[in-house]
Ligand binder design. Structure first.
Ligand SMILES: C[S@@+](CC[C@H](N)C(=O)[O-])C[C@H]1O[C@@H](n2cnc3c(N)ncnc32)[C@H](O)[C@@H]1O
Length: 208
């Protein structure tokens, strides 16, 4: 997803594509996660992970490579080739039944929620960004439900219509929020990653 802008995109795509192929990663975006894990010590204090929108599994490979003892529940609409030790659910992250299955498999509490969701592309940028935002809102709701008090959520998000309001709503629900642009994500793309830490306890009043 994102508007094509020629040369730089092509070169970076090619560089990470070649590297992913060489290292046996299933996706180029494996490098985005590697870079964020390193720069933000994302896996520090983390034993359990829910990974939303995981297929084909590049991020899952990175997680297992960096810490083979991680407890991982991974979810996607599409099938994913198995990765040893990873519990996989095929389904829609916006479906309540799927969220309940995640709760059952994790025991209801995890340390980290990851989300790299992209909707099936319609070709209409505004529509695609709106659909992506609803996946990100779903991610934040799942994270708020599953994370312990020091838990973290990392999610892809596009800076388009509705982004500022969304950012404000996450600031109200988490103790710290920052935006990250890894090198493996091209500079000209509106794609960012949002890292939120420490879900705030919400009263019914706050939620209305
Ligand atoms: C960019 S890919 C994720 C790549 C992954 N991080 C990796 O490294 O292999 C985006 C994924 O989002 C998934 N997706 C989109 N909408 C979804 C939904 N509602 N529920 C679950 N998965 C969804 C797509 O099927 C696709 O596999």
């Amino acid at each position: 997803m994102g508007r094509p802008r020629g040369g730089e995109k092509q070169r970076k795509k090619e560089r990470y594509y070649q590297a992913a192929k060489k290292h046996g990663y299933r996706s180029r975006s494996a490098y985005k996660l590697r870079q964020i894990v390193k720069s933000h010590r994302l896996l520090q204090g983390v034993d359990s992970v829910v990974e939303l929108c995981c297929s084909p599994g590049g991020w899952t490979q990175v997680l297992k490579e960096l810490d083979s003892s991680l407890q991982i529940v991974a979810v996607d609409l599409d099938a994913m080739l198995p990765i040893e030790g990873v519990k996989f659910i095929q389904g829609d992250i916006l479906d309540e039944g799927v969220i309940e299955r995640i709760e059952t498999l994790t025991g209801g509490v995890v340390d980290l929620v990851l989300s790299d969701c992209s909707p099936k592309v319609s070709g209409q940028w505004e529509l695609d960004v709106a659909r992506q935002l609803s996946l990100v809102e779903g991610t934040i709701n799942i994270a708020h439900r599953l994370l312990g008090s020091k838990g973290k959520v990392l999610t892809k998000v596009f800076q388009g219509p509705g982004f500022q309001e969304f950012l404000q709503s996450v600031r109200e629900r988490f103790n710290s929020v920052r935006l990250i642009k890894p090198d493996a994500s091209r500079k000209t793309s509106a794609e960012m990653y949002l890292l939120a830490v420490g879900p705030k306890k919400m009263s019914l009043e706050d939620m209305s």
